[in-house]
Design a protein. Structure first.
Length: 434
């Protein structure tokens, strides 16, 4: 976790303090269940809650000797609990603690990411409504295509992140499981009730079949969802980067007073936030493959997954949390230039209306192939003039066109309102009737 790209609330989930607190609660709740079953004395379970303490430095000291983090924690805990500590971890294995803790942390992280997505959606909806009819050129292959509205661009982003929100909620549910099933997961030395009790206390579901570890397909799906969210984030960031290019300048990131864009060129206003988000997306996605590879463990358990999860758990969630907050802030303050959008759309002399003219010719009895050829022949003249000529003027001068489509009808074919007539329908599909 790099402080530059870390927000405190998410970082706290992955702190040693948080981890050991969760370990302690798992062990203490398990003791309560064992006491209910009569496996350990009730006084022992009570002592764990009353005297249970630990010191991170002491745990680290013990681990340097025993080379086992859970044993180091239990040893330090016993130094505070006293003789009753012999009943702690009864019938359990290290993975019961480690895996259940990891899932608790992933659930807590998911809750923050869900909140991030919800806040981003509020911003995107507002910008979509603000620019619902702000007309601009749509581009395919980076080339002018037909008119859209900037509000539709924002509505598309909203719909995409709304799907991300649903995926994140599903990923949270899938990873919210608990395993307290002992060595190789058979419950040979611990009653399944203990697992049920701990799961209920931690807000988790029991893992149906845990072997000695919680199956990593759950985690693979979780990190795959993070990767998809990162890709959606990059898609919107790239759109901003393209729109901010000097030759386009239809929108740009907010540039605050006193901000500097370049150490060498004082005139620069660079899209640093969206470029940063592209890099963050690459980083988050990079953690998806190790999560997939963690699924294939040997037999009932090995620890090849352990080391990589110590990285990707905190790093992926911290990076995505920071990035979603940055994206929401960027889109909230994004400066939009409707005049530039209109100027850009008009640069190529009416070419965005070519399909409409072609369809009018087909309606008038011209074959599609001939209609395409007639419109393209005139359109290429506009291209070659770099917009000095206008498609409508050329079509009016082409008898092969006007013999089929009268001049008055040709004029109407260049009405921009035609392209926005279904914006309301699309908005209802995305945002509902409200």
């Amino acid at each position: 976790m790099i402080p530059r790209y870390t927000r405190p609330e998410m970082a706290a989930i992955w702190s040693p303090e948080s981890k050991f607190r969760i370990w302690y609660e798992i062990e203490a709740h398990a003791c309560d269940a064992q006491a209910e079953l009569g496996v350990i004395p009730k006084e022992a379970a009570k002592a764990v809650w009353e005297r249970g303490q630990w010191e991170i430095d002491r745990i680290d000291e013990i681990e340097r000797e025993v080379k086992h983090d859970v044993i180091a924690f239990l040893t330090n805990l016993a130094e505070y609990v006293g003789p009753e500590a012999r009943f702690v971890h009864q019938g359990m294995t290290s993975s019961d603690v480690l895996d259940t803790c990891f899932n608790v942390q992933l659930v807590k992280a998911a809750d923050l990411l869900i909140k991030d997505l919800e806040e981003l959606l509020v911003v995107l909806k507002r910008r979509a409504e603000e620019h619902k009819y702000t007309i601009c050129i749509g581009r395919s292959h980076g080339i002018h295509a037909e008119p859209v509205t900037f509000g539709l661009k924002m509505a598309q982003a909203y719909a995409e992140f709304d799907r991300c929100l649903k995926r994140m909620k599903d990923a949270r549910k899938e990873v919210a499981t608990c395993a307290i099933s002992g060595a190789v997961g058979t419950f040979a030395n611990i009653d399944p009730y203990v697992e049920e009790h701990v799961a209920a206390k931690l807000g988790l579901e029991v893992e149906p079949v845990s072997t000695q570890v919680i199956p990593r397909d759950r985690h693979a799906m979780y990190f795959a969802v993070l990767a998809v969210i990162a890709s959606c984030m990059e898609r919107l960031a790239i759109e901003v980067r393209h729109l901010q290019r000097t030759e386009v300048l239809e929108a740009e990131e907010f540039f605050s007073k006193g901000q500097k864009g370049s150490s060498a060129m004082p005139h620069k206003r660079n899209p640093i936030l969206s470029e940063n988000l592209t890099g963050q997306a690459r980083y988050v996605r990079s953690m998806c493959i190790p999560a997939m590879e963690n699924v294939a463990l040997w037999h009932e358990r090995d620890i090849s997954h352990s080391s990589v999860e110590r990285y990707i758990g905190p790093d992926a969630t911290v990076a995505l949390d920071f990035s979603l907050a940055r994206l929401a802030g960027m889109m909230d303050k994004l400066v939009v230039y409707p005049e530039n959008m209109l100027d850009n759309m008009n640069k190529l002399g009416g070419l965005p209306n070519s399909q409409r003219v072609m369809l009018a010719l087909t309606q008038a009895g011209v074959s599609r192939e001939d209609a395409y050829r007639l419109v393209q022949a005139n359109a290429m003249k506009v291209w070659e003039s770099r917009g000095a000529l206008h498609l409508l003027d050329l079509l009016k001068a082409d008898e092969k066109v006007t013999s089929k489509v009268p001049e008055a009808e040709l004029n109407e074919l260049f009405n921009m309102d035609y392209h926005t007539k279904h914006v309301d329908t699309i908005f209802r599909r995305v945002f509902g009737d409200a």
